[in-house]
Design a protein around this ligand. Structure first.
Ligand code: NAD
Length: 453
């Protein structure tokens, strides 16, 4: 690991990666090899947890192709030196900001969207002019292997490479001195990464998880709400960091809401065979999810097929904040429904939990929407929609508090991998002597006049 990081450092110091056409060529190449190897990418992820081609294309590859296309189109502009005003005290002078790459970057990925979560940050890092080491999650073994194989075959390791491995390899990598660490994963491991980064004052982006709430108020368009919520919750069998973790529904519509949710689940027919459902990633996670099911609170579903790692879409009702299912991020196909009487009270309850990655409000009432959006702190979210905000590259994506630090996608991704170097650029033909000794009363009075204090 030490040799690899050193090699990347040496390569970065040749300044090759700073050249805009180099960045574009590398992004072009990445796009070409991803397209060429699409079949292998589809097969690997299907083998790992039965994710369909449709879902893999729409929720992983399409986002990557978009990011590459946008970066190639915009990188020149994003990397431009930006002139800013110079304050009166420094006249005459120019002031500008130079975006510069950090250097050697480590990207640690999570398993649930294995291609997107490793490669999207890498695309942003390359666009910003860095070298990159990706450490994908070791849990989906085939996707990790296919990424390593296609990247390592096509890129020199001193510029862009994949290191496979689990805790041991990640820990060894974290002992090295990086210029930037970008981590996607759980809050718990995020803390380990943050501590390792602190040793070298390495800047971090932490894309973590949390319990993302969905509020359904009594003014909501119930039919549309249910359709969108059910899709968002059971996509990837609930193993989505921004999936609505639980629903807060107004008491007066709770019964009807539950009825419609069940109808929608039945209508959708979530099965691996239909291509709209996936396995729970492993037996450990399946058993973790099983522990969250309180039989007396299961309203629908709850069936487990342990041999095939399937947990049927499950809805729990009469759930309270004290229940086990409300203690941690669920990260699986269990939807707890909690009812509320007053929206301000419901918001107050939710605000006692760690700040979530996302929040959704389904309502037709502007005042209710405003209350949720402005009284709760969360990474990002949507009104009358769920999950889809991630697909708009103009919306920086990231968490706050326990759900993360920093954000990316679109230009925000470029910024996440850039340092903005501020420069004051002075000519030498004139000098005001105010700052130099002797510090007289007259000079001080002039300074006060200039500064207007
Ligand atoms: P995880 O934290 O277990 O693992 C993430 C990465 O950290 C993996 O590459 C893993 O190898 C490594 N890792 C695990 N334990 C480690 C340790 N002790 N020391 C060093 N490295 C270690 O997360 P996961 O199970 O892969 O993903 C699920 C979590 O990720 C959920 O909490 C989910 O909400 C979150 N997530 C967040 C986002 C986001 O964009 N914010 C996206 C996807 C997933």
């Amino acid at each position: 690991m030490q040799v690899l990081v050193e090699k990347q450092k040496q390569f970065f110091n040749t300044h090759t990666t700073k050249d805009i056409s180099f960045r574009k060529e590398q992004l072009d190449k990445l796009e070409r090899i991803l397209k060429k190897n699409e079949k292998a990418l589809f097969e690997a992820i299907y083998s790992d947890f039965k994710k369909s081609q449709f879902d893999t294309f729409t929720t992983e590859l399409a986002l990557l192709y978009h990011d590459i296309k946008q970066a190639k189109k915009c990188v020149k502009k994003w990397a431009e030196i930006k002139r800013v005003k110079t304050n009166f005290l420094n006249f005459p002078a120019k002031s500008y900001i130079i975006p510069e790459p950090f250097g050697v970057c480590l990207v640690i990925g999570a398993w649930n969207y294995p291609y997107q979560l490793s490669l999207a940050p890498a695309i942003a890092a390359i666009a910003a002019g860095n070298t990159v080491i990706i450490k994908p999650s070791e849990i989906p073994t085939k996707t990790s292997a296919v990424m390593a194989s296609i990247i390592n075959k096509n890129f020199p390791k001193e510029f862009f490479t994949v290191v496979e491995g689990g805790i041991t390899e990640t820990s060894e990598l974290l002992e090295q001195k990086f210029d930037k660490i970008f981590f996607t994963g759980s809050t718990q491991v995020g803390k380990i990464v943050y501590q390792a980064a602190a040793k070298n004052i390495t800047p971090v982006t932490l894309e973590l998880g949390g319990k993302s709430p969905a509020f359904v108020t009594k003014s909501a368009n119930l039919k549309m709400t249910v359709k969108r919520l059910v899709w968002a919750k059971f996509l990837n069998a609930g193993q989505t960091c921004i999936a609505p973790d639980y629903v807060m529904v107004h008491k007066s519509i709770e019964k009807e809401f539950l009825k419609q949710v069940i109808n929608e689940i039945k209508k959708e027919h979530f099965t691996v065979e239909n291509g709209n459902y996936v396995q729970i990633i492993n037996a450990k996670n399946l058993s973790r999810l099983e522990q969250l099911l309180q039989p007396e609170k299961i309203y629908f579903g709850g069936k487990i097929d342990a041999d095939n790692l399937i947990l049927q879409p499950t809805v729990m009702h009469q759930v309270t904040f004290e229940d086990k299912v409300m203690q941690d991020e669920i990260f699986g196909p269990i939807l707890p429904v909690l009812s509320y009487d007053s929206l301000p009270e419901a918001i107050k309850q939710v605000s006692k939990l760690p700040k979530p990655l996302s929040c959704y409000v389904f309502s037709k009432n502007k005042n209710e929407i405003k209350q949720v959006l402005h009284q709760l702190s969360f990474g990002g979210g949507a009104v009358n929609e769920a999950v889809m905000h991630i697909t708009n590259p103009n919306l920086p994506f990231g968490g706050v508090g326990a759900s993360g630090i920093g954000n990316y996608h679109g230009e925000a991704g470029f910024k996440a991998f850039s340092h903005y170097k501020s420069v004051l650029d002075k000519p030498t033909w004139i000098e005001l002597n105010l700052k130099y000794y002797p510090h007289t009363a007259k000079k001080l009075s002039i300074i006060k006049k200039i500064l207007k204090f």
